[in-house]
Design a protein around this ligand. Structure first.
Ligand code: CDP
Length: 219
């Protein structure tokens, strides 16, 4: 069984998806973390992001490992734990450009489908209900007011020790939303049959309950 949760940056997908997966005893898959890991690998190898062939070469050599450990998602690049490094600013600033590249997406989607074949998964991303798992049993599209999202992300970053202004965070979300929604290949889009949940006024518990109820009622 696949529960697909899509939506724009900082709409509350990660926390919600993680809790839903735990409650339903399913695997949690954060596909954004995968695109972030590719971006980190490209930045570390000083690859010119406009040089498509070089990008493809790095992607081909990439040893990417992603799994749950307790309540954490561990991401490993060539055996190194990069779970924190993938949340850094340079990665966040470049990930939308990297994730717009066709070869990057094809490679990641193949890995995502293989994981989904093996186990029941709550999969979080931008194109899960539309492209990666179009036959997913449950499709959720999470949205929230952009100012609310920026406030949440600002708070998260602050707790992680990243000092960024609220305006900076807001600008980054707007820029990524725009880039992710308008890219030619697999844009961020609500699947026709997806259930939209506006989390602007909801608590995490309320969001989680809505999805759990939906799954339990229809399963
Ligand atoms: O956590 P946050 O909302 O900041 O974003 P994320 O889920 O970590 O995703 C980071 C970036 O990866 C997004 O801005 C997209 O550019 C890309 N992404 C994607 O293209 N397709 C996915 N299925 C998931 C993420």
């Amino acid at each position: 069984m696949i529960v697909a949760i899509d939506g724009p940056a900082a709409s509350g997908k990660s926390t919600t998806a993680k809790m839903v997966a735990k409650k339903l005893e399913m695997t949690y898959l954060d596909t954004g973390a995968m695109y972030r890991a590719v971006t980190l690998a490209l930045l570390r190898s000083n690859t010119d992001l406009d040089d498509y062939d070089s990008v493809c070469q790095v992607v081909d050599k990439l040893e990417l490992d992603i799994y749950d450990k307790g309540s954490k998602t561990i991401v490993k690049l060539d055996g190194e734990d990069v779970s924190e490094a993938i949340r850094s600013m340079p990665v966040t600033e470049n990930v939308s450009a990297v994730s717009a590249m066709k070869y990057v997406r094809q490679t990641m989607v193949e890995i995502q489908r293989n994981i989904g074949k093996k186990t029941n998964c709550v999969v979080e991303g931008r194109d899960i209900g539309t492209v990666v798992f179009p036959d997913a049993e449950f499709k959720i599209f999470m949205v929230a007011d952009v100012n609310m999202r920026a406030e949440r992300r600002f708070k998260d970053l602050h707790e992680m020790g990243e000092s960024r202004s609220f305006q900076d965070v807001l600008a980054d979300l707007r820029r990524r939303d725009e880039k992710d929604s308008t890219r030619a290949y697999s844009p961020l889009q609500k699947a026709d049959e997806a259930i939209e949940i506006d989390t602007s006024m909801l608590s995490i518990d309320q969001q989680v309950r809505k999805i759990i109820n939906l799954v339990k009622k229809n399963n």
